[in-house]
Design a protein around this ligand. Structure first.
Ligand SMILES: Cc1cc2nc3c(=O)[nH]c(=O)nc-3n(C[C@H](O)[C@H](O)[C@H](O)COP(=O)(O)OP(=O)(O)OC[C@H]3O[C@@H](n4cnc5c(N)ncnc54)[C@H](O)[C@@H]3O)c2cc1C
Ligand SMILES: Cc1ncc(C[n+]2csc(CCOP(=O)(O)OP(=O)(O)O)c2C)c(N)n1
Length: 537
């Protein structure tokens, strides 16, 4: 067989810098698997157990690297399984490309086995959604898909019928749409209009009690956020997705906002007269000041999202880092630091309260203690991923950002189970880095099988697996992963032996036994010394 169309796809992915594809093979994508086999030195294929996990891995990869994540699924059910992870990418604005198989063109529309119109099904989730009917569309549609995913910060989907996957790559050339020799992606202009920034500076100059709300779109702008905070003597409140914008021990932050946030952040929202929002689309508007009570400026990359959450006097479109850097010299430095000091005092009390909740003396060990120990022992550049559920509260409050640490969760979709696949995806991107999945027993059970796939090169799930609570499992009470030794405690307190994620779910013992059969190591983690041993410290 000569050069096939699937090779043109894989080669083009490689030209765009794609080095990893997450997925599961199937008859519907045999041709694409052949393309991957022929170009395995350029693009590696990471086999997963569930397509949803492949999409989460691609999303985690994109979140941590800023590069497009790619997942692959067979026709019909394989493609359907991708969807939840793809919606996670869509809602958290991550560039992800999904490639799926499709029945061969000669049977399309005949109700053939596994015939699901995946292009129609993906129409809502994907910014770019295209069936490939002719190899001559390649590599243009790959370029368009990737370019659109980056430009619109979302999902692109290509579905490829079996016969096209293995068709002669060079047949039927359509010279007039011949693509450029190399992929072209023109960056969106980052610099906001100077006049807009002058208006922001003027609004801030009038403020007496100013706060900055920084989100995921400012993760790359730590230095600039802190510089502006210092110039304005303004506390920085962080969204959960923007937790890593500034370190948690910075004197300029009051930590998170919302249900999982801090009291000082909540209180200051009632006090401020001016709010500067940077790189955030924070959804829980009831935790923001009442409309009309404060003057608001917002720096946002997407014009469609500038000024959408709260009445905003000065919406500015541009990149957070570039905008803040340009804004800084326009600011009138504030000499009155009393509001900031008041916030710092409140934060001092809050930190003590959080530390008390981490106490080793609490018996049985508290969830906060577990995260506290993880926090203490983890590397300064560790990446923490977590599931949705109560577990997110402890990650939010007891995992501290210091050094180059990062933190990722399914922010806006709030789906169960992304913690471990995110970690595995991120571990593939950064093989040498410590990546910790902090997962609930419910979420863990959903995609537990992926733990096996995370073994190599993955320290990813290692820590999660190491904190399995073996002793309790043996006594018929226990759970699975890191969060497990937390979940079983809260259940145990209520005298229950079952996972809180559902009475119909497996008991912890069943879950643990299944985990063990899959080669996952268990550890009992009842006190700090045991936890340290379990974590290999
Ligand atoms: C169980 C659970 C509980 C949660 N509880 C909380 C909570 O209590 N508090 C909380 O804050 N969150 C919480 N979340 C997350 C919450 O649902 C939202 O996902 C989160 O608040 C959104 O944060 P964000 O606005 O920073 O991120 P996003 O919604 O991703 O918004 C980021 C914005 O930045 C923009 N942007 C991107 N790049 C740039 C750039 N270069 N320059 C400028 N702008 C840019 C984007 O266009 C986007 O509008 C919870 C999630 C879960 C799963
Ligand atoms: C796919 C999906 N199904 C259901 C939910 C609703 N839900 C949110 S948290 C949760 C329980 C999570 O349990 P677990 O993973 O053990 O975490 P915990 O809350 O115990 O920390 C459920 C059912 C959801 N967010 N996503």
């Amino acid at each position: 067989m000569g050069r096939i169309a699937s090779e043109a796809i894989i080669e083009r992915l490689a030209t765009w810098g794609v080095d990893t594809v997450f997925g599961i093979p199937g008859d519907g994508i045999n041709g694409i698997m052949e393309g991957l086999r022929r170009h395995q030195e350029k693009v590696r294929f990471v086999l997963v157990h569930h397509e949803e996990a492949a999409a989460f891995m691609a999303t985690g990869y994109a979140k941590a690297t800023g590069k497009i994540g790619v997942c692959l699924a067979t026709s019909g059910p394989g493609g359907i399984h991708l969807l939840n992870g793809l919606y996670d990418a869509k809602l958290d604005h991550m560039p992800v490309l999904a490639i799926t198989g499709m029945q061969e063109t000669s049977v399309l529309g005949t109700g053939y086995q596994q015939e699901v119109n995946l292009d129609k099904l993906f129409a809502d989730v994907a910014e770019y959604d295209q069936m490939i009917y002719n190899p001559a569309q390649l590599p243009s549609v790959v370029d368009n898909a990737i370019r659109t995913a980056y430009a619109r910060r979302g999902v692109a989907h290509l579905t490829v019928p079996n016969d096209i996957q293995v068709a002669d790559a060079d047949a039927d050339p359509w010279a007039h749409v011949a693509p450029a020799a190399s992929p072209i992606m023109l960056a969106v202009p980052k610099q906001p209009a100077e006049e807009d920034l002058r208006q922001v500076a003027s609004l801030l100059a009038d403020g007496k009690k100013i706060a900055i709300l920084a989100g995921a779109g400012a993760l790359h702008a730590r230095e600039e956020v802190l510089d502006v905070a210092e110039a304005l003597a303004a506390p920085v409140v962080k969204t959960l997705s923007g937790k890593a914008v500034v370190p948690d021990d910075s004197p300029f932050t009051t930590g998170g906002i919302g249900l999982l946030g801090t009291r000082p952040s909540e209180e200051l929202m009632d006090e401020i007269d001016t709010l500067l929002m940077v790189g955030t689309n924070f959804p829980y508007t009831k935790h923001l000041p009442a409309a009309g009570k404060v003057r608001v400026a917002q720096i946002e990359a997407d014009p469609a999202r500038a000024g959408t959450r709260i009445p905003t006097e000065v919406p500015v479109v541009g990149d957070a880092k570039a905008a803040l850097r340009a804004l800084l010299p326009m600011l009138k430095p504030r000499t009155d630091t009393s509001f900031l000091e008041q916030c710092q005092e409140a934060m001092g009390k809050w930190r003590k309260k959080m530390a008390a909740q981490q106490s080793e003396q609490r018996s049985p060990i508290a969830p906060q203690f577990l995260v506290g120990v993880l926090d203490e022992l983890a590397a300064d550049d560790a990446v923490l991923t977590c599931d949705s559920g109560t577990i997110a509260t402890w990650a939010a409050r007891h995992w501290t950002i210091r050094g180059d640490r990062q933190f990722y969760l399914s922010g806006n979709l709030a789906s169960m189970a992304p913690g471990m696949p995110y970690a595995i995806g991120i571990q593939h991107a950064f093989p040498g880095r410590q990546v910790i999945a902090f997962v609930g027993d419910g979420g863990f059970a959903m995609l537990m099988a992926e733990r096996q796939r995370g073994v190599s090169p993955g320290r990813a799930a290692e820590i999660a697996a190491r904190t399995v609570n073996k002793e309790r499992a043996r006594s018929g009470e226990s759970a699975t992963a890191s969060r497990s030794s937390v979940s079983d405690i809260s259940s145990a307190r209520r005298g229950g032996l079952r996972s809180r994620s559902g009475a119909a779910g497996p008991t912890y013992a069943q879950l643990y036994n299944e985990a063990r059969q899959r080669g996952i190591k268990g550890r009992s983690s009842m006190n700090k010394a045991q936890l340290k041993r379990a974590l290999g410290r």
